[in-house]
Design a binder for this molecule. Structure first.
Ligand code: SAH
Length: 226
């Protein structure tokens, strides 16, 4: 998978140099290219924002640098072009799984008050939100999207099964997890997990998942698909 991210702050994406995502890129399981929108500004001061027509607070990102950047990065429109936006479809695990099937994603990060509507209308395929709250820029939302999608690429987690069983994958929250030591501050790991009986372990985990979901997120159970 190839991911092109268009931003005014490319250095923010250094977070992907670390941990699982850093290793995945070293192994070339996916490529993350950052493009600085400012490099495409034709303004002599490399400005990328201006006052909103009609007045109001804040600045708006100008269409020209964004349009030229998109045309340079994805000239024949092979990418699914996404704009991170609080107005977009809310990201869900189902959406993440869909996006993980794409070979090429282009992600545009807005800043300030947002982006001139004309470049969104002409160049963008869809808008994605990470939740009903407003952040100061699209970079952190883009990181959330990239991380959640990249986990779905085979081998990124090292264990393909990991994404099959975890929270939300079947509208259930994940069961509680335990590791060593077997007893910690007087609290023991549930006996069934050290019983060696895989069928009992599976049943216990399923039961725990159902109970936790019923308690914490009953809305998920209503979606069926159990
Ligand atoms: N004035 C806009 C918000 C601008 S916030 C409005 O009221 O809709 C600046 C940028 O941050 C946005 O253009 C978008 O790219 C990003 N952003 C902010 N909140 C977001 C969210 N919940 N999901 C995705 N992107 C978001």
């Amino acid at each position: 998978m190839k991911i092109d991210v268009l931003t005014l702050f490319p250095e923010m994406f250094d977070v992907f140099n670390h941990s699982l995502m850093g290793k995945a890129q070293e192994k070339q399981l996916f490529t993350l290219n950052r493009h600085n929108i400012r490099d495409y500004s034709l303004d002599k001061h490399k400005r990328c924002d201006d006052y909103p027509f009609g007045g109001g607070a804040g600045m708006v990102m100008m269409p020209q640098p964004i349009h030229d950047c998109i045309m340079a990065v994805d000239p024949s429109h092979t990418a699914l072009r996404i704009f991170m936006s609080p107005k977009g479809e809310t990201l869900s695990q189902k959406k993440v799984a869909q996006l993980a099937n794409c070979d090429h994603l282009l992600i545009l990060c807005g800043h300030y008050e947002g982006v001139d509507q004309r470049v969104l209308d002409s160049d963008i395929d869809c808008e994605i939100s990470i939740g009903d709250y407003v952040l100061s820029g699209g970079e952190i939302p883009a990181m959330v999207l990239i991380d959640s999608v990249a986990r779905y690429i085979p081998e990124v987690l090292g264990n393909r099964e990991a994404t099959v069983e975890e929270s939300f994958s079947s509208n259930l929250l994940e069961y509680p997890q335990y590791t060593r030591p077997q007893e910690f501050n007087g609290m023991k790991v549930p006996d069934v997990l050290v019983s060696g009986n895989h069928q009992l372990v599976d049943e216990w985990r399923r039961q725990q998942s159902l109970e936790l979901t019923k308690k914490l997120r009953p809305d998920l159970l209503k979606k069926g698909d159990l």
